[in-house]
Write a new protein. Structure first.
Length: 703
């Protein structure tokens, strides 16, 4: 009997997990050290692959792929040497009495590529990184040196928590460079002036500044002086201080993302706003910092910035135009005292105004996008786009902590809502449909319907639109229903009924046909419903218009196609469209030939000369029309010398260009672009040896 019990237990262990005994024993130790009995209760054998938030096993539960441990501050970090296939190790709030990273040869498997340790009480790390490709050590009482010779792809060794701000790792400069170090992200601490001569490249650079750097530090030059090889190469820069004061930083044009954390600037009284050099893709953040002009405005002009975060930075004043290009705006915890900033932000922007002192009332400008304004001094009436959805926790969260006349946080009865409307329904098209109306919910998940396999998405960028999406495979199944019943779940349910039918596709607009390279003519149409890429187009039963663009946008689609012929007759053409599911429709378009059409071009030497263009350039044109026709080769203008309906001759000056060149021909305001169609000939050379006048040149030889 005991034999059978033993066999049963062995089979049970094998069934629960196929981890080897060494790994299983180590997991038991970790379970005790990190108090994981709640997640992995006894009795043994314990299935350590049952909770994937802590131990993530391989597909067959034969080994551990990833470990994520959260301790209580005294949880001792053990050895992980047995987990030879582990790819990631994350530890938080633990005790490093074993110096497990410093003694990596004993405590870590040699193939481990990534480690994260936050609040681990680490005091020592290896002078040089091992095989680790990603190192993240945050908020540890470190007292070590570290060099960048080997160069992991991702290094983050910093103490942003003020409790550990005085513990700085000394990054040792290299004077002998063996290889260039390329980092996707490099985050280090500096407490002395140093120059790192070795080639370092980093797409994201973060520097925590120690007390060595003071008000006289020139932050504008700090990065270039410390890492000369990064000059002109930075894309993202983050500066972390310990509330130290510095002179203001002129942000370089090659930096498109800048973050200040716990930094103060010493601003002279006459200093005005600083313009940001990079006008298009700049992200600017100030977290727990003081980066202000003397009148309380933000030091930098943010009107061109896409992402802006000025959080807990003492900002006193915002103004119209400050966020004109911003998609994300975070102004929390500033104590701004001014009327609510209606229409300061783009309709599709994500905006956070929480924990300020804005006063007055809010209006319908808050209905268009995602904007939160909790814990301010707002009064007046809450608009119906929010009042109707107080049943949604997210809505209550973004408006809490104010004093609205028609809603209090403690209210248990919802105010009356009677303004949710659907004003139109596009009915079912090929791959989509849409509702238009007013006071739709600001969050997804509060619309349901009677037809399965349909999802309802709210478009915040265009208020009052609900987009219905479904797979083309269930399109025919939808058409079997007699009606669509839609319920919008506001503080009370609003139900709408619509007869189910096909939305008849049709062309609602078109652009004039234009020459397409040296191939034929391009036609562009706007269709009144969403289409996929399965579109074929025939013209008069004679030509195929090859589709080269299908661009859906909300509830319309732009379709472009090319007829590969220059002999299309000028008449009323019938375009026949065929979609998937054999849906077809037609559109008539009066075709009028447009110019230019370029079919061939001659070549000239680099020394210049007359170039002849062949094609179709207009009707009854002559040299008197030369001001209406413009020709360039590469970037060089070509001066027109003669002009006919099917031929242009122009003069190009001497050029240093080489290789294939693009041609641009503009006829009567209609552009034509022909890539890589022109080639320069090599200039002829004198015969190197003409045999004293008694020979002739042949393939660079004489005879």
């Amino acid at each position: 009997m005991n034999f059978y019990k033993l066999v049963f237990l062995l089979l049970l262990v094998t069934f629960v997990s196929s981890l080897n005994q060494e790994q299983y024993d180590r997991l038991l130790e970790i379970r005790t050290n990190f108090n994981l009995e709640e997640y992995y209760p006894g009795p043994e054998p314990i299935d350590f692959c049952s909770n994937e938030s802590i131990f993530i096993c391989s597909a067959k539960n034969s080994t551990i792929d990833r470990i994520v441990l959260h301790g209580n501050g005294s949880s001792v970090i053990p050895s992980f040497r047995e987990f030879v296939d582990i790819t990631e190790l994350e530890i938080y709030n633990a005790s490093d009495i074993n110096h497990f990273i410093y003694n990596a040869g004993t405590y870590l498997p040699p193939s481990l590529p990534s480690i994260v340790c936050e609040y681990c009480n680490i005091t020592k790390i290896p002078f040089q990184d091992s095989s680790l490709r990603r190192i993240t050590l945050l908020n540890n009482p470190l007292n070590s040196e570290f060099n960048l010779t080997k160069g992991s792809a991702f290094v983050k060794i910093q103490n942003p928590d003020p409790l550990f701000a005085n513990y700085l790792v000394r990054i040792v400069p290299q004077y002998i460079c063996y290889t260039s170090n390329s980092y996707t992200s490099l985050s280090i601490m500096l407490n002395e002036s140093a120059i790192y001569e070795c080639t370092v490249s980093a797409r994201a650079l973060s520097i925590q500044l120690g007390s060595f750097f003071g008000p006289e530090t020139n932050l504008s030059n700090l990065v270039e002086e410390t890492f000369p090889s990064l000059r002109g190469d930075n894309s993202q820069l983050e500066l972390i201080g310990n509330n130290f004061t510095f002179n203001a930083l002129e942000i370089a044009s090659d930096i498109f993302s800048m973050l200040f954390y716990r930094i103060q600037f010493n601003i002279e009284e006459e200093v005005k706003q600083i313009n940001v050099s990079n006008p298009e893709v700049f992200s600017l953040s100030s977290i727990d910092s003081r980066i202000l002009t003397n009148d309380g405005r933000f030091l930098y002009n943010t009107s061109n910035c896409k992402n802006i975060a000025i959080r807990n930075s003492g900002l006193k004043y915002i103004y119209s135009g400050m966020f004109s290009k911003a998609n994300i705006v975070d102004l929390r915890w500033n104590g701004i005292v001014q009327p609510f900033p209606s229409f300061f932000f783009n309709s599709d922007a994500f905006v956070q105004l929480d924990y300020n002192k804005f006063y007055g009332s809010v209006d319908k400008s808050v209905c268009g996008g995602s904007i939160s304004f909790s814990n301010n001094n707002l009064t007046g009436l809450l608009p119906s786009c929010l009042l109707c959805y107080l049943n949604i926790p997210e809505v209550k969260k973004i408006i809490a902590g104010n004093n609205f006349a028609n809603y209090k946080d403690t209210d248990t009865v919802y105010p009356l809502c009677d303004s949710v409307q659907i004003t139109s329904f596009s009915n079912f098209g090929n791959i989509g449909a849409s509702f238009h109306g007013v006071n739709f919910p600001l969050f997804n998940g509060y619309i349901s319907g009677n037809i399965p396999n349909i999802s309802y998405s709210i478009y915040q960028t265009q208020p009052g639109i609900i987009y219905l999406s479904y797979a083309s495979t269930n399109y025919q199944a939808i058409l079997k229903y007699k009606e669509l019943v839609v319920t919008i779940h506001a503080t009370r349910d609003f139900t709408f009924r619509f007869p189910v039918g096909k939305q008849t596709p049709k062309v609602v607009g078109s652009n004039p046909p234009l020459p397409y390279l040296n191939i034929g003519y391009s036609f562009t149409f706007l269709i009144n419903q969403l289409l996929d890429s399965n579109v074929t187009i025939n013209v008069d039963g004679q030509y195929v218009c090859e589709v080269n663009k299908v661009l859906p946008s909300f509830d319309t689609t732009t379709v472009a196609c090319v007829v590969k012929s220059f002999s299309i007759p000028e008449k009323l053409l019938v375009f026949s469209f065929t979609l998937q599911n054999n849906i077809s429709f037609s559109y008539s378009l009066q075709f009028v030939r447009h110019f230019p059409i370029l079919t061939a071009v001659s070549s000239v030497p680099k020394s210049g000369g007359l170039v002849t263009f062949y094609g179709f350039f207009g009707n009854n044109i002559s040299i008197s029309n030369s001001s209406d026709i413009d020709v360039t080769i590469g970037l060089l203008p070509c001066q027109i010398k003669s002009l006919e309906d099917q031929k242009i001759v122009c003069l190009i000056e001497e050029s240093t260009l080489s290789g294939p060149q693009n041609i641009s021909v503009n006829c009567f305001g209609v552009p034509g672009f022909y890539p890589n169609m022109f080639f320069f000939m090599e200039d002829s050379k004198d015969c190197e040896n003409d045999c004293n006048g008694n020979g002739f040149c042949f393939r660079s030889q004489t005879s």
